[in-house]
Design a binder for this molecule. Structure first.
Ligand SMILES: [Zn+2]
Length: 300
């Protein structure tokens, strides 16, 4: 999903990305050090570990390798990571970490496993392209995605936090998080309203989201007499223009008295709007996030 080739093979951008990414993961960035003749740099990071004898600062030597642009999408091999032990010793590090835009070769994996088994190094960790992608698709990482992979960002349409916590949009039948599922298939779920007819108005009794197909059939085709359902494709509501149209249409229907709601259904519809907004709105700038915090302190 993420095209790692967006980052230029030359220059320091991959190292900059790695540094920002590791910081976001919660590591403390200590320094960057020259690796040697290739002009590249290793990063020294640390994390605070809790042990039996109190806290312990574990230092990692991070090697960044950006091979995604190479012709055969090559893996990082043993020969690409020479002198691992020496590099760790010189900088007094406990463990080795690779941040790779491809994968590590089985030879390199074997070498690292041996070093650990022989207690030459305390630990090692490889963050390869799949693992990094898994993180970047999570909520809270979208600003990194936008900064370093702008084209992928547009294609992926990551979720953005609106409140302090992420709000999932669960299928009423199977419980799957529809917002996460939309990364694979944008058009796989519907928003359903259940209503009764009352003269010329519709009284909405319940609202919920369901996957299309089996999850939907099960619910909407077994309604008691006098109850009806309508549906909207959530994939359509997530399109900015359609989203605004849908919200305005909903307001108009309420204002004109054509739609009335059970209190619980009204609350659920508002919760739906908040949840789907996480897919529609853009990433806030740090200044905007600060502003929201300030306004909240004033109760606004
Ligand atoms: Zn479902």
């Amino acid at each position: 999903m993420i095209d790692f080739k967006e980052i230029d093979q030359n220059g320091e951008e991959w190292e900059l990305f790695a540094r920002d990414f590791l910081q976001q993961l919660g590591y403390y960035i200590e320094t960057t050090v020259d690796r040697g003749p290739d002009g590249k740099k290793d990063i020294i990071i640390s994390e605070q570990l809790k042990g039996n004898l109190g806290n312990y600062r574990f230092r990692w030597l991070v090697s960044c390798k950006h091979f995604a642009n190479r012709s055969r999408n090559s893996s990082v091999k043993e020969i690409d990571e020479p002198n691992i032990l020496e590099r760790l010793e010189v900088f007094n590090c406990d463990g080795f970490m690779g941040v790779y835009s491809t994968i590590s070769s089985s030879g390199l994996n074997t070498r690292l496993t041996q070093l650990k088994e022989n207690q030459k190094i305390k630990d090692y960790r490889i963050l390869d392209h799949k693992l990094i992608e898994n993180y970047l698709l999570r909520i809270g990482y979208s600003d990194l995605l936008m900064r370093y992979f702008p084209k992928s960002y547009i294609k992926i349409k990551p979720l953005h936090l609106i409140t302090d916590n992420y709000i999932p949009l669960n299928c009423k039948t199977c419980g799957i998080d529809i917002l996460q599922e939309m990364y694979k298939n944008e058009y796989h779920a519907n928003y359903i309203q259940i209503y009764t007819m009352n003269n010329h108005s519709e009284h909405i009794l319940d609202t919920f989201c369901v996957c299309k197909g089996q999850c939907d059939d099960f619910r909407s085709r077994n309604l008691p007499a006098g109850q009806y359902s309508n549906w909207q494709d959530i994939g359509d509501i997530a399109i900015p223009t359609k989203y605004v149209q849908w919200v305005l249409a909903t307001i108009n229907l309420i204002s004109s008295g054509r739609n009335t709601y059970e209190e619980s259904a009204f609350k659920k519809e508002k919760d739906f709007i908040i949840a789907i907004s996480q897919k529609v709105v853009r990433e806030m700038t740090p200044e905007e996030k600060e502003r929201v915090k300030t306004l909240r302190e004033y109760g606004l």
